[in-house]
Ligand binder design. Structure first.
Ligand code: FES
Ligand SMILES: [Fe+2]
Length: 341
């Protein structure tokens, strides 16, 4: 069973890029909670997207100065949710019931993180930035946002799953005709889990042939609350690093904000970004398609009924972390296995 979305409320999730919060209110749904984002007094603000007066959607209003104005009767709220203006009202307008509910919002490294846990509950600290190539001059890094129609765990599993590329991305990422036996090491500690695939071969998919030479390892990692990472290394270090931060919008929709890094080479960053967007865009569409179809079929049967093998390396650990939110209760784990990749 997937963990209920409500259990994730104490966590921070990426709502959007900082650049997306401009002059207009921006609507998002996180863990089933509709919110509106805007800038107030130079800072990112997040309110529950429901005007306390007659519950119109604040995201359909507009931003005036530091306030967000409701489209129905024009009540205006600051970033803390306080009502600062009620058109037609004579005298002060402040009253507890006129306050819009807030969500926690923080801007970091070009992303806006939101926690929809109750205001009185202190949110856990912001997740550690896991993308080591951010700000590293040896790498070109760009950010990419996408959505997928799937449950959170299914989306994360898809990104970290080593067995679907032969089929879902046949020829682009892997070729099924040329499998080799690979040793896999799985390590879990209190902070995350990683699966290291000791490939020691030149990959034969079209994309890795473009990006890499001899590949030593491919590594998949997962960190709470919903960060998945792929790293392909050669003799000289990482050749490709992808860190995807998943945000569950509802039970069947995820937002995915990804940092993609490749070593800086002769090609200018803009050209590389254009090429990478084109080729990974194709892979992304294949994954979006397979996930949407998976979800539609699960819904056709009224819910999931999965069976797994040891090849499904990451899912048990993803579920383990989601069901052990308290770090002190988590135990280490190590295993090795072989598979044909
Ligand atoms: S519903 Fe928002 S001001 Fe009336
Ligand atoms: Fe995929």
């Amino acid at each position: 069973m997937n963990p209920p979305l409500d259990s994730l409320r104490p966590h921070w999730f990426v709502a959007c890029t900082a650049a997306e919060v401009r002059a207009r209110p921006l609507a998002r749904t996180i863990l089933g909670v509709p919110i509106v984002l805007f800038r107030s007094a130079g800072k990112i603000a997040a309110l529950i997207d429901r005007c306390p007066h007659r519950n119109a959607a604040l995201s359909q209003g507009r931003v005036t100065g530091d306030l967000i104005e409701c489209p129905y009767h024009g009540w205006s709220f600051d970033g803390g949710g306080a009502c600062r203006r009620i058109p037609g009202m004579v005298g002060a307008c402040e009253h507890p019931h006129q306050t819009a509910e807030t969500a926690h919002a923080i801007e970091r490294e070009g992303l806006v993180w939101v926690c929809v846990g109750k205001s009185e509950t202190a949110p856990e600290t912001l997740p550690v930035s896991r993308h080591v190539a951010l700000g590293d001059a040896r790498f070109d890094t760009f950010l990419w946002a996408a959505t997928a129609r799937c449950a959170l765990v299914d989306g994360i599993e898809n990104l970290l799953d080593a067995c679907h590329p032969h089929f879902a991305h046949a020829g682009l990422v892997r070729r099924t005709q040329k499998r080799r036996t690979v040793d896999v090491t799985v390590r879990r500690d209190a902070d995350g889990v990683e699966a290291i695939y000791h490939e020691n071969a030149r990959p034969d998919g079209l994309i890795p042939r473009l990006l890499e030479g001899q590949r030593l390892t491919s590594v998949g990692r997962f960190f709470l609350p919903a960060t998945a990472q792929l790293e392909y290394t050669g003799a000289d270090g990482p050749r490709f690093l992808l860190t995807s931060m998943f945000t569950p919008c509802d039970e069947r929709t995820v937002l995915i904000h990804s940092c993609i890094s490749t070593p800086r080479k002769l090609a200018p960053a803009w050209l590389k970004k254009t090429i990478l967007r084109a080729i990974f865009g194709r892979v992304l569409r294949q994954d979006q398609d397979v996930l949407r179809r998976q979800q539609e079929n699960i819904d056709r049967f009224g819910g999931p009924k999965f069976t797994s093998t040891p090849l499904d390396v990451m899912r048990p650990h993803i579920l383990y972390f989601l069901s052990h939110p308290d770090r002190a209760t988590r135990t280490d784990h190590a295993a090795t296995l072989q598979m044909e990749l």
